[in-house]
Design a protein around this ligand. Structure first.
Ligand SMILES: [Zn+2]
Length: 237
């Protein structure tokens, strides 16, 4: 009987250990971190692609201005403009186009600097996300390993219980199971030094006399906690 109780207590402990593995909390925290960084990654990717589009637009804006400047410079250089007034207005336009190009290039440079910083941020996040994924995979593997080890122990204890339970009378086992359900899984306790090891209370003298006079196959119950009391050599009867 006590061997069955030892197994049942071990099974309860294994169940508790399975539920309270530190890996559960670790996996929860890492999953949250992975979700957060995934959202950050999406935002960073969007920022980079927005800035790339902006840079393309800026480049597209400069291109025709550069072409116009080049055309004007060529016409001034090849001397095809005879009219001095037309020539001077062309020279003025060239100066204006050069200022315009310089302004547009400054604006593009600013976009490129932003793009560089956004790309660096994205790269950092990708590395961090990779590390978190790895940590999560590690934690999951450790949890699975721990659960598998617990499962193996559970199987072992169950097999042992399967061997032991037929050795006990069925009605005694049923009583033990019934008491265990309302007593934290502990339906039987050793009577040791006149004490119930289930509730730790000392058995009174009158009950002790009854217990001492009981037949070997009588089922003794603790008056206090009603658990099945198992007599051993150290019961003090
Ligand atoms: Zn008791």
């Amino acid at each position: 009987m006590l061997d069955v109780q030892t197994i049942d207590s071990a099974l309860a402990q294994l169940e508790h250990r399975r539920k309270t593995l530190p890996e559960h909390a670790e996996i929860n925290a890492l999953s949250t971190a992975v979700a957060t960084i995934s959202a950050d990654l999406v935002a960073a990717e969007t920022a980079v692609s927005d800035l790339e589009a902006e840079q393309n637009r800026a480049e597209a804006e400069i291109q025709p201005v550069r072409e116009r400047l080049h055309r004007n410079q060529t016409r001034i250089a090849d001397g095809t403009i005879a009219d001095p007034k037309a020539l001077s207005s062309m020279v003025e336009e060239v100066a204006h186009l050069q200022r315009r190009i310089s302004d547009l290039e400054d604006a593009e440079l600013e976009i490129m600097e932003q793009l560089e910083s956004a790309t660096a941020t994205l790269e950092r996040l990708r590395i961090k996300a990779g590390q978190l994924d790895q940590q999560l995979a590690d934690a999951v593997a450790r949890r699975d390993q721990a659960v598998a080890a617990i499962d193996a122990q559970v199987d072992e204890q169950r097999a042992e219980r399967q061997e032991l339970s037929p050795l006990l009378p069925a009605d005694l086992l049923a009583l033990y199971d019934k008491i265990g359900k309302s007593h934290n899984g502990v339906g039987a306790a050793e009577l040791r030094q006149r004490q119930c090891t289930g509730c730790q209370l000392e058995v009174n003298a009158a009950d002790l006399r009854v217990f001492a006079a009981a037949a070997d196959d009588d089922v003794l119950r603790c008056e206090e906690c009603s658990r099945i009391l198992v007599r051993t050599a150290s019961s003090g009867l």
